[in-house]
Design a protein around this ligand. Structure first.
Ligand SMILES: [Mg+2]
Length: 119
């Protein structure tokens, strides 16, 4: 069965880029465009892993991940951010993120991180 990845990003350009990359590499995708959507859609879709942007309107990626991990303590997430901020990386790890990638993310690096989290 294809692993299911939930792509969470407020940028449509980024969502489309990730949908294309992941579907070409054998993943099923679902998307959410902010943290509020992410929490709701996680509960419905139960993805194997979440690719989560941090800076988003309504609810940011850190808050959304914290809520998702309350719903499902085994939830796996890789955080993506435009900013190289070690403080955010530390907070993401504290609330259970498995990895942290800085945008612009290279495709090979992202696919490697996904394989590692899913193995
Ligand atoms: Mg964003």
């Amino acid at each position: 069965m294809m692993p299911k990845v939930m792509i969470v990003d407020d940028s449509m350009f980024m969502r489309n880029r990730l949908i294309k990359l992941l579907s070409e590499n054998g993943y099923e995708t679902v998307t959410a465009c902010d943290g509020v959507d992410a929490v709701r859609i996680y509960g419905e879709a139960r993805p194997d892993v979440v690719l989560m942007d941090i800076t988003m309107p309504r609810k940011d990626g850190l808050e959304a991940l914290a809520e998702i991990r309350q719903l499902d303590p085994t939830a796996k997430a890789i955080m993506l951010t435009a900013l190289d901020q070690p403080l955010l990386a530390g907070r993401a790890v504290l609330i259970g993120a498995k990895d942290f990638l800085t945008k612009p993310v290279r495709s090979g690096r992202l696919l490697m991180a996904l394989r590692k989290v899913l193995s």
